[in-house]
Design a protein around this ligand. Structure first.
Ligand code: CTP
Ligand code: ZN
Length: 156
């Protein structure tokens, strides 16, 4: 087998979005945050712990037939700041962008403070201010540090 064949883990897609250079282990969180569960009928491929030049190991997610916008992907920066987004049309990458840290994220992360209003049985949507190394709850001020975001996702 040629080197190219050995390296081809996940097939190329014709049209859609490739979310590349995800921190290893984050692929399923990415799908949960984006609300992609296959129920829309779109093709979804996932590579986990794939060898990478830039990172030791990476995850990769390919969504067919759907071009994700900058604002849709920016929320991924809280779990994977190195992620790159490739928009693919007719097998060619026509746009490559980095995720950018949004000023705030709403409805994606749950507050670790059990006494926070967002954890009471009230119709309050969580809202966090994005800091350089974590998130601050807009209601109680509790901090979710960068490494703790993945375990505090509220995406069900
Ligand atoms: N890709 C894909 N289907 C296509 C084209 C590209 O799944 N029709 C994937 C590639 O497998 C790669 C990503 O999209 O994981 C980016 O493609 P490309 O820019 O061609 O690769 P690189 O130059 O290696 O990207 P980077 O510089 O971002 O590492
Ligand atoms: Zn709170």
């Amino acid at each position: 087998m040629s080197d190219t064949n050995k390296q081809l883990r996940v097939s190329k897609i014709r049209d859609g979005t490739v979310i590349d250079h995800l921190a290893a282990g984050q692929a399923l969180n990415v799908l949960a945050i984006l609300g992609i569960d296959g129920s829309g009928g779109e093709g979804v491929s996932i590579g986990m712990n794939v060898p990478s030049d830039r990172l030791a190991r990476k995850d990769i997610v390919k969504v067919e037939g759907r071009e994700l916008s900058q604002s849709e992907v920016d929320v991924l920066s809280v779990i994977s700041p190195e992620a790159t987004i490739n928009i693919v049309r007719d097998y060619e990458v026509v746009e490559k962008k980095r995720v950018e840290r949004p000023e705030e994220v709403t409805g994606v992360v749950s507050c670790p403070n059990r006494n926070c209003i967002t954890n009471a049985d009230e119709p309050v949507v969580s809202r966090f201010e994005v800091l350089s190394d974590g998130l601050r709850c807009g209601y109680c001020g509790d901090i979710v540090r960068e490494g703790e975001v993945a375990e505090n996702l509220d995406v069900s």
